[in-house]
Design a protein around this ligand. Sequence first.
Ligand code: BDP
Length: 705
Amino acid sequence: MRGRGLVNRLATAFLGAFALLLSAPAAQAEDGYDLWLRYAPLEGEALERLEAIQPFITITTDNPTVRLAADELLDGMTGLRGYPHHVALVILQSDVDATGKASPFRFACDMPDGGQGGAYTVQSDDAGIAITSGEPIGCLYGVYALLRELSLGADPYALNMSSSPAMPLRMLNHWDNPDGSVERGYAGRSIFDWWHLPERLDQRMVDYARANASIGINAVAVNNVNARAEMLEQRYIAKLARLADAWRPYGIRVFLSARFSAPRDIGGLDTADPLDPAVRAWWQAKADEIYAAIPDFGGFLVKANSEGQPGPQDYGRTHADGANMLAEALGTRGTVIWRAFVYSAEDDTDRAMQAYNEFVPLDGQFADNVIVQVKNGPVDFQPREPFHPMFGAMPNTNLMLEAQVTKEYLGFASHLAFLAPMWEEVLDAQTGRGGSVADVIAPVGMAGVANTGSDRNWSGSDFDQANWYAFGRLAWDPSLSSEQIAREWAAQTFSREEEFLDTVVPIMLRSREAVVDYMTPLGLAHQMATGHHYGPGPWVCDLGRPEWNPCYYHRADAEGIGFDRTETGSNALAQYGPSVAALWGDADAIDPKWLLWFHHVGWDHEMPSGRTLWAELVHRYDRGVARVDQMAETWSTLSQYVDAERFRAVSENLSIQQREARWWRDASIAYWQSVNGLELPEGTRAPEHDLEYYQSLSFPEAPGN
Ligand code: BDP
């Protein structure tokens, strides 16, 4: 990846140009490591316009972030021009006029009226291009925005951009473990080399920060929410401090997932009761120790009393008691992010209702520096869920959205599923209680469970990079359309040829819906196999806790299918605002995409399409499979736009997806038929195997578990 020192870059570029002279002008193989920051050479008019820009930069500060911004700009300009010799000079000085030359780029990164929180403007005038912000980080964001626009072919003399982030916290949550494994990770091992830190800092750590900064991400929780207490030990704090130092110039603050029982696990206390003075003192001392090493430490991310994790309820205390105790230890220095992903072994209430039931009564009781982090939907990162009813229901609590970038439930790294449309769906959802989900979280932020790993391409597949990119772009500006994000990502990552973009963007935009169709159409959810969640398992009904079983969610029998969440059932609908509840409460009026989430209906229920529910279900499975076939077919026509290495990698993943989409469809249909005894609608292909075959498949080695 780029971002090396100038001299280094010039030398490499020179050698690169020399090598180019010796080799045939074939498209160079790429391994995806450069992500969307390839700065591939422009051509034609766009190149001519860029070449006219004067080849030097003047900076009036030696702030490290501004220096990075200048370095990135030089790097980007070199890449976009395709040759280095225009990039000649960096001047670091305190007075912009001292050189006596007119500079084409002007950085003004501490303007009193330049906006806060990373806001920037990029404007062209006769004198050149001015990048302005109230802070250094805004200038870095401005450079990335400028380079993105130039990469897309914009006219450098007609720029008039101004942007500010929609929400203050734009965060990635890593589910990485200290031993290098990654829970729900499908891109190799962890990117964090804890073993060798703090002495050795992998270049990947810098490249990672740079990629995040380029899309506006400004916070990273480095370890799994199912946390190990030893991450809070002194030796890990030293490791974390090295990372924090490397990431600081990129505007990234580090957070730690904290195990609630740490005072007991590693602190020598016999309790972790949040109201116990010794426990409070332990956390206070721990926070002080961390801040001594990392003055801008972000704070703690906590999963408590969920899926076996310890928490305040172990001592008869509330989530607010636990969160506020940690918040006090951090004080004004940092933030506690307390997860609302809870459901209890003892409670037989509809799982989709439990977080709301536990948290909403606590509204107004959380300290100012506590954020409650709520998953996009009320169950668990399914291919489609309605928005979480907590959004809008806790007006006196800081609420933040948690999305999953890693595709635990959407085909791991091999299925092409562009998630921006899914996030757009939830962000745009009207809560019926004063605005959309995006409005509710705007004062706080958004977290995404990262999909990065040690694979050369970072995300396990080229197209999964788009989800990382889209997450950052949407956290910066939730009003961006999925289409715009897909287009700018594809142009920067693969090719800016119109024909390529007009072909590949529609593939991306329809891909998530295809996954919904072949996995869990019509509002079904959690039909994945046990533990690893790889492949279908709708027949599973014998696991220890009811809500771990797919049959808990589909409730299929000879008469019908679906989870009744209306008044006659769990009444989860009552957790939504009245207008939303009314919209979804009528099985005949509800959008079919939510039908079986909220209603139990007969197999012969008449759908808006005129089909019976059974015929519609089969139709959707088939539609999903057909879409994937179409995606593979379309991709096969695009080889001239993509280097051979990445072209082949995408093709191979699409083959996997084609096979697995059929598997999902066939296994699901075989199971439904065993329950409802119905014939397949006329003209429909029978499942390839019988149900026993699908039930016999076992994959103990599936990744990410
Ligand atoms: C589920 C994952 C599990 C996580 C949990 C969580 O399967 O690995 O620990 O979410 O968010 O989706 O805490």
